[in-house]
Design a protein around this ligand. Structure first.
Ligand SMILES: Cc1cc2nc3c(=O)[nH]c(=O)nc-3n(C[C@H](O)[C@H](O)[C@H](O)COP(=O)(O)OP(=O)(O)OC[C@H]3O[C@@H](n4cnc5c(N)ncnc54)[C@H](O)[C@@H]3O)c2cc1C
Length: 311
């Protein structure tokens, strides 16, 4: 693991650094490369552009770890507005939304779990009315049980709701087994958070091995695997496992983040794979940006230059 990963992921949770860095406008080079804009309109425009290239989209209204109930309500309203606008533009066949439960109240001191469930339910209803779906992002391991329990509740009324599992956690292979059933949409990623040794693999190779074991469970199962990685080896292994397990095109999909390996995104779509791009937007891009920098510390000097020049 890079020596810079840990300090960058710690900074991702620092309110003081967040305050300083967030004065940087979204147009600043490094932010813009990962986030198309701050407004719903910019997100809808980015979606339309990707849809023209036959790419599918999942949209994330940025924000996390809120301790403010009004902020959680504002996030729900932003998703509902986004879903209306996507529907009005005829984009909900190719675009869905990704939601972080900590942005809709999971950490609120009184009844956070219940508030997040009700808020997520409101977004699922709006998505259903717009003709599309919701995927619940997965945050650090302290939230996994709460998130999977909210997922189970939501799936009673909205069985199309997707889950995310992180290969870096020791528990994930077992979670994949429980979720590899018919109708179950599961995004498999490596995991973006700083996690302790007692719950997570620390070594890159071990995380990759876990990713492959989880891929086998999901692709051999009856659910709908969403293979979220930019790693060329994982994409190649997933492709050959899909064919080994008799998966037909359309019975699984690849996913990558906006701005990362865009040529590969188009190449996979042109090859006939379902390829979905995760598009984050909004003003709360700080935590997201820091996690991307932790994965790619080579971009750090670009980031520091953006910060100093603030353009
Ligand atoms: C669609 C999607 C949704 C996700 N949702 C979640 C979630 O809910 N919870 C969660 O914890 N994590 C999530 N992640 C993040 C994920 O866990 C990883 O942190 C991230 O994808 C990097 O892992 P990787 O598989 O791409 O492999 P890596 O080994 O990190 O990278 C493989 C290669 O990809 C390229 N690359 C990777 N990162 C960058 C970058 N920042 N900039 C430029 N190139 C890069 C490089 O070429 C690198 O060699 C999501 C990722 C995707 C693609």
């Amino acid at each position: 693991m890079s020596l810079l990963r840990q300090p960058l992921l710690l900074l991702a949770r620092s309110a003081a650094v967040k305050k300083m860095v967030s004065t940087m406008p979204v147009s600043a080079g490094i932010v813009r490369s990962y986030v198309p804009g701050e407004t719903t309109e910019s997100a809808v425009e980015a979606t339309a552009g990707l849809a023209d290239d036959r790419l599918l989209v999942t949209l994330d209204y940025l924000g996390e770890d809120t301790l403010d109930a009004d902020q959680a309500d504002a996030t729900v309203a932003a998703y509902v507005d986004l879903l209306h606008q996507l529907s009005a533009r005829g984009l909900t066949r190719s675009a869905e939304v990704s939601v972080k439960l900590s942005a809709v109240g999971q950490f609120l001191p009184d009844n956070g779990h219940k508030i997040a469930l009700e808020n997520a339910r409101t977004i699922c209803r709006a998505a259903r009315n717009a003709g599309t779906t919701v995927t619940l992002d997965m945050e650090d391991h302290t939230t996994t049980d709460s998130t999977l329990s909210i997922l189970r509740e939501l799936r009673k009324d909205f069985p199309e709701t997707g889950a995310v599992l992180q290969a870096m956690l020791h528990r994930t292979e077992a979670d994949c087994r429980s979720l590899a059933h018919e109708g179950s949409r599961v995004r498999l990623c490596k995991g973006a958070y700083l996690e302790p040794e007692d719950v997570a693999f620390q070594d890159r190779l071990e995380i990759d091995r876990s990713y492959v074991r989880c891929l086998k469970v999901l692709l051999a199962g009856d659910g709908y695997p969403m293979i979220a990685t930019h790693d060329p080896r994982m994409v190649e292994i997933a492709t050959s496992l899909a064919s080994r397990y008799g998966r037909v095109p359309g019975s699984y999909e690849f996913q990558m983040l906006y701005g990362i390996r865009p040529e590969e995104q188009r190449r996979l779509a042109e090859r006939g794979e379902r390829m979905r791009v995760y598009v984050p937007y909004g003003t709360e891009w700080y935590g997201y940006l820091m996690r991307r920098l932790a994965e790619r510390p080579q971009n750090l000097s670009f980031f520091v230059r953006s910060l100093i020049s603030k353009k």
